[in-house]
Write a protein of this length. Structure first.
Length: 118
């Protein structure tokens, strides 16, 4: 599966952004999807993941209550709605895919930059 993320940009603290990730292939619904991020000088970290059906989601504690992940299997799309953004959310965000809820980073898309100004 090939993944392409978009929707990043520059936003003030407290603002919102919605990231999108388009996936190629006819088996999109077979993949658990996830978002990771990497801030400058820091290791890449998990942000959220969503089950194949979209029923189950999981979030890092740092974004819980502010970010919402969703998917549209008919459109081969996943989304990350980011609200109440903080400067520490500044990072390159990547969407990923994998075969299960415990393995969801086999495939990576290119990142999209999110910058939150204080």
């Amino acid at each position: 599966v090939q993944l392409q993320a978009c929707g990043g940009g520059l936003v003030q603290a407290g603002g919102s952004l919605r990231l999108s990730c388009a996936a190629s292939g006819r088996t999109f619904s077979a993949y658990t999807m996830a978002w990771f991020r990497q801030a400058p000088g820091k290791e890449r970290e998990f942000v959220s993941r969503i089950s194949r059906s979209g029923v189950s989601t999981s979030y890092a504690d740092s974004v819980k209550g502010r970010f919402t992940m969703s998917r549209d299997n008919a459109k081969n799309m996943v989304y990350l709605q980011m609200n109440s953004l903080k400067p520490e959310d500044t990072a390159v965000y990547y969407c990923t895919a994998g075969p299960s809820l415990s393995q969801y980073s086999d495939y990576w898309g290119q990142g999209t930059q999110v910058t939150v100004s204080s």
